[in-house]
Design a protein around this ligand. Structure first.
Ligand code: CAA
Length: 240
């Protein structure tokens, strides 16, 4: 049995591709999801990867979920905080609820996911943390004040965790995907999506597997000296 890897939001979109890439690389993967039972069941049927249902927005549920994964599979040595949502609206129309839901899942959700697992990583002197941020956390995005704030905040989390984890053999990194062909991006109105693709030098959306391969490298033993870094995978859309 390989190292145990937890992937939040791991049954759909980029998260599903990460779960599969890690399984293919020899990890024992636990794929968390929040609500879509049908998608999770289909994902397990297709991949053989075990799924676990809880909301990353809920600290106690995240703690209990991580404990369940560890009871079933063993200590979590790799954690991919991938779960994320959008509630897009121009700022003047954005409601406090739209703001809060995105903060709770995309920012507090990272705290809730990593915090219960962190002490075990420190004790065992090994850990890999990867947070899936976004190009829109790097550059901002019309109608995404909430989302961009969380994704920029996620970069602050990994930069700080990198400094705290280094002495304990724990690395923390972020991947910033650009626009990837997932349900989330397909939900953007077609005309807006076309105008976004026109701004991507590669001339296309990314594939979930292109993000998954970045993650697989960052969690590997080969990447032990890479910590606090941000890997941009956006087809040249935004160059930091
Ligand atoms: N830049 C400048 N102006 C823009 C704009 C942009 N990017 N997008 C829209 N506008 C303008 C519109 O032309 C319109 O102007 P007028 O009033 O003069 O016609 C105005 O802003 C929008 O007004 P609406 O009342 O039509 O807006 P709405 O309340 O219907 O909201 C929207 C529409 C939510 C903004 C919709 O256009 C949208 O979803 N945009 C996409 C936002 C986006 O890119 N989200 C990323 C999702 S994918 C993701 O998040 C994954 C990732 O990490 C990359």
């Amino acid at each position: 049995m390989g190292r145990v890897a937890l992937v939040t939001g791991g049954t759909r979109g980029i998260g599903a591709a990460i779960s599969v890439a890690l399984k293919d690389a020899g990890y024992t993967v636990a794929a968390n999801y929040a609500g879509n039972d049908a998608a999770a069941q289909k994902f397990t049927e297709q991949t053989g990867i075990k799924t676990y249902k809880w909301s990353v927005a809920d600290y106690e549920a995240s703690k209990a979920g991580a404990a369940q994964v560890e009871a079933d599979l063993g200590p979590i040595e790799v954690v991919i905080a991938n779960a994320g949502i959008t509630r897009d609206a121009p700022f003047h129309k954005m409601t406090p609820q739209q703001w809060q839901e995105v903060i709770d899942t995309n920012l507090t959700g990272v705290f809730n996911t990593v915090h219960p697992i962190w002490p075990g990583m420190r004790e065992r002197k090994f850990g890999r943390v990867v947070v899936i941020s976004s190009v829109n956390g790097q550059k901002g995005q019309f109608a995404q004040v909430n989302y961009a704030a969380t994704k920029a905040g996620d970069l602050g989390i990994i930069k700080s965790l990198a400094q705290e984890g280094a002495r304990f053999g724990i690395t923390a990194n972020a991947v910033c995907p650009g626009y990837i062909a997932t349900e989330m991006v397909m939900a953007v109105p077609e005309k807006v999506r076309e105008s976004i693709i026109a701004q991507i030098p590669a001339g296309r959306l990314g594939e979930p597997e292109e993000i998954a391969r970045c993650v697989a490298f960052l969690v590997s033993d080969d990447a032990g000296f890479i910590s606090g870094s941000t890997v941009s995978a956006n087809g040249g859309q935004f160059v930091v």
